[in-house]
Design a protein around this ligand. Structure first.
Ligand code: FES
Length: 125
C-alpha cells in the first residue's frame, strides 16, 4: 500500500522537534481527521536555514511532514512556496488515493508559515 520511501520516512522521520528561537511557528490542523502539525522555521536572508516540526497524525502525515521538511531545508522562501501537496506526494513515490489529502497538512503549514513570516516582517518594517 505504501512505497518504501513512505515507510522509510514514517519509521525514521527527519527533523522532528521545535526550533528554540524560530523566525516563525505555526500550527495547522485537518478538520476532517483532527491531525495536527506544528511547524517552526528559521529564516535568514529569505532562506530557510532550519525546519522542525511536531506531528500528531496518521502514518502518511508523518511521512509527508518529514519529506516536506527535507524539501524546504535550504530553499529560498519563493522556492519553498512552490512545494505543493502534489510535489510532496511525488517525492515519496506516490500515496494511496485515500491518503492523498494527508500531504495537504505539510504543504499548507509551509505556505502558512512563510505568509505569516512575511506579514510579521512587513509590520516590523
Ligand atoms: S488521516 Fe489525517 S492527515 Fe492523514
Amino acid at each position: 500500500m505504501y512505497t518504501e520511501k513512505v515507510m522509510d520516512h514514517f519509521n525514521n522521520p527527519r527533523n522532528i522537534g521545535i526550533i528554540e528561537e524560530p523566525s516563525v511557528i505555526i500550527q495547522v490542523g485537518d478538520p476532517d481527521c483532527g491531525d495536527t502539525l506544528l511547524l517552526s522555521l528559521k529564516i535568514k536572508k529569505e532562506k530557510i536555514v532550519d525546519v522542525k516540526y511536531k506531528i500528531y497524525g496518521c502514518g502518511a502525515a508523518v511521512a509527508t511532514s518529514s519529506i516536506a521538511s527535507e524539501m524546504a531545508m535550504g530553499k529560498t522562501l519563493n522556492n519553498a512556496l512552490k512545494i505543493t501537496d502534489d510535489s510532496i506526494a511525488k517525492a515519496l513515490g506516490g500515496l494511496p488515493e485515500e491518503k492523498r489529502h494527508c500531504s495537504n497538512l505539510a504543504a499548507s503549514a509551509l505556505r502558512g508559515a512563510i505568509n505569516e513570516y512575511r506579514k510579521s516582517n512587513l509590520k516590523k518594517a
